[in-house]
Design a protein around this ligand. Structure first.
Ligand code: NAP
Length: 289
């Protein structure tokens, strides 16, 4: 039987969306305006289509103006940049998200660079990444990548005091590992970032009061690596041959030892879109005072 407390990302995400809906309703009543989220999808990758449809649906549910721009797979770099310039210039657009991955002929870094940092609700623009790394601005005021932001909210739901805790982040991607590590550092944790060249990963993880796994390998983090009572945030989403989703942590093993753990699905996943909506509201408020 698992001893660990389950961190219910589905419920926490629903509560966050409820708070956002209340705030959006208040803004609408006071000003007649609502935040506008624009998602750009290039091509017809089935997984991306599903993600974009749920972003659209949940943005509407919280009362935002939600628009998806579906462009053909053969869209040129120039045409995509022109679309972004149009959205950057449109005052009714508060948040712009380009769904990744882009088709291979497009230059992803140049596309992200072309988004107005004030509307970059994915938090991936180098200016936003730099502001986060600088550590001088309260992350609440920043546009921070959504999955890392969601992971932190889940952590704080079980650990109100993070200062001084040992945190080990496994993975150093721009999308997850690095920004999660920055947020943990900002919360005064002692942070180690592990990756594919880390020696004796099991020993490194065993030191951790907080483990964040963002590797992309099913069941990679074993239960015996976990320090008793540690909090485990499993960011991984891996599809098994039978179609089921599973995380980067061997859940049944880890749940016997951890103090609290996120399930997959139903952990970090639902927080990502909720945090996208939160970033859209943050961008709206920052742009419009
Ligand atoms: P990524 O860009 O592929 O990065 C994976 C990281 O894991 C890399 O830094 C890599 O190290 C490290 N790694 C690979 N093998 C390792 C090993 N044997 N030991 C230690 N570290 C190892 O992936 P990502 O975009 O960060 O995503 C990670 C996972 O999170 C995936 O399962 C993805 O589907 C999931 N994800 C979930 C959400 C969500 O909404 N819940 C959002 C985004 C991503 P190197 O840098 O040395 O190669």
């Amino acid at each position: 039987m698992p001893q660990a407390r389950l961190i219910d990302g589905k419920a926490i995400a629903a509560a966050l969306r409820g708070e956002i809906a209340t705030e959006v309703a208040g803004i609408r009543a006071a000003s007649g305006k609502v935040p506008g989220l624009h998602v750009v999808l290039v091509g017809d990758d089935p997984a991306s289509r599903v993600y974009v449809a749920s972003k659209e649906k949940l943005a509407v549910e919280v009362g935002m103006n939600s628009v998806a721009h579906r462009l053909p797979a053969e869209t040129t770099q120039a045409a995509l940049l022109a679309k972004l310039a149009e959205l950057n210039a449109d005052d009714a657009v508060d948040g712009i998200l380009v769904q990744l991955p882009l088709p291979k002929h497009l230059d992803t870094a140049a596309v992200i660079d072309a988004i107005d940092p004030a509307k970059d609700v994915d938090g991936l623009h180098p200016i936003n990444a730099g502001r986060l790394a600088g550590g001088k601005i309260d992350p609440e005021q920043l546009l921070v990548p959504c999955t890392p932001l969601g992971s932190m909210l889940l952590l704080k739901s079980v650990l109100p005091a993070l200062a001084g805790l040992e945190a080990v982040v496994i993975g150093r991607s721009e999308l997850v590992g690095r920004p999660v590590a920055q947020l943990l550092l900002q919360a005064d944790c002692t942070v180690t970032i592990a990756h594919s060249r880390t020696r004796d990963l099991a020993a490194v993880v065993r030191r951790a009061d907080i483990v964040v796994a963002a590797v992309g390998r099913p069941g990679f983090v074993r239960g015996e690596w976990i320090k008793p009572g540690a909090t485990v945030i499993d960011v991984g989403i891996n599809r098994l041959p039978d179609g089921k989703l599973t995380g980067d942590v061997a859940f049944a093993e880890a749940a016997e030892i951890a103090g609290a753990i996120t399930p997959v699905p139903g952990g970090v996943g639902p927080m990502t879109i909720a945090c996208l909506l939160r970033n859209t509201l943050t961008a709206f408020k920052a742009r419009r005072g």
